[in-house]
Design a protein around this ligand. Structure first.
Ligand SMILES: [Zn+2]
Ligand SMILES: [Zn+2]
Length: 206
């Protein structure tokens, strides 16, 4: 083994693992072509390295879809925009609300039961400095404070991030047994908001 590494080094191809920086050593049964194409010392390093590269590539793609608006300081999402005004970002087949993804990049993945809310009231904004974590009721209180609260069953606030046609659409999707979580992501609301529609706790009048 030492012999093989020494010979490769002499040939000017001594390389190190892209993850842990240990010298790459050709395995006894490994062809030279395979060894030459290998960038990590072992399978563990390879899986960490590929995941890290994929994450970095996704983050680059995310930031390429952000326009920092100089007057407001908002970082406006210029990628896919949902009908409710929130941005959407897809990674590895998973659709994220862009501002939730921004929170994840800047801090940690937001807990599923918490909303990522906007201080700036601009739904397409993904500036982590304009975002805060809140419960459904925080969101409601925020609405009340900003004077947008009408009532719990109306179109304008609270559950209330939704419009009547959207609620009808959601009912149809629920009747087709689509996942509540997926529907919630599509409409930029929490899963519990979709469940509330499913069991008729909200939007009963629609
Ligand atoms: Zn390694
Ligand atoms: Zn903002």
């Amino acid at each position: 083994m030492v012999c093989v590494a020494a010979r490769d080094a002499v040939a000017g191809v001594m390389r190190t693992c892209a993850e842990c920086r240990a010298p790459l050593i050709r395995g006894a049964a490994e062809s030279f072509g395979r060894f030459a194409a290998r960038v990590c010392c072992d399978a563990v390093c390879w899986s960490v390295y590929t995941r890290r590269s994929a994450e970095a590539a996704a983050a680059d793609r995310f930031y390429s879809l952000v326009y920092p608006e100089p007057t407001s300081g908002c970082h406006l999402w210029v990628g896919v925009r949902l009908p409710n005004g929130y941005g959407q970002f897809s990674v590895a087949g998973v659709r994220w609300l862009a501002h939730r993804y921004a929170w994840g990049l800047a801090r940690t993945v937001p807990p599923a039961d918490l909303n990522v809310c906007h201080r700036c009231d601009t739904r397409a904004c993904v500036n982590p400095g304009h975002l805060f974590l809140g419960t459904d009721s925080d969101n409601m209180q925020d609405c009340v404070r900003k004077g947008r609260f009408v009532d719990n069953s109306g179109e304008r606030c609270g559950t209330a991030k939704l419009t009547i046609p959207q609620v009808l659409e959601i009912r149809m999707r629920l009747s087709r047994d689509e996942s509540q979580r997926l529907i919630a992501t599509d409409y930029g609301v929490t899963r519990s908001a979709i469940e509330a529609i499913a069991i008729g706790r909200t939007w009963r009048s629609v």
